[in-house]
Design a protein around this ligand. Structure first.
Ligand SMILES: [Zn+2]
Length: 110
């Protein structure tokens, strides 16, 4: 059980790394819009769905290492809890081993 949660946590941190790069690139392009398209950060490895989020909201969520952006309905109740519903996505907070992994692998740390 715990190993499954750690695996899900690691998987989600990979999506988060990709999204960090997307944010850096979209910031560099300065398209004039503050909306960005990122990948769903759910624990399903085969999920390739996209989320539209404003860069301000993305920054607010990313400041918390245990928060992830998911398509509505993609949260896994045994590893995370949906704390906020937004237009087009949910914000989920990791708990237990998945949260530990998320904090250890925080791309904003340091
Ligand atoms: Zn998903």
């Amino acid at each position: 059980m715990e190993e499954r949660e750690r695996r899900i946590g690691r998987n989600q941190t990979l999506f988060r790394e990709v999204n960090e790069r997307i944010e850096q690139v979209s910031g560099a392009l300065r398209t004039g819009t503050n909306m960005m398209t990122i990948l769903c950060e759910c624990g399903n490895q085969s999920c390739a769905e996209h989320i539209e989020v404003s860069s301000a909201d993305y920054e607010r969520i990313r400041a918390e290492p245990t928060l992830f952006l998911l398509r509505p309905g993609h949260a896994l109740p045994d590893v995370e809890e949906v704390v906020e519903h937004q237009d087009g996505y949910d914000i989920a907070r990791k708990n237990g081993p998945a949260a530990e992994v998320a904090e250890q692998l925080d791309p904003r740390d340091g």
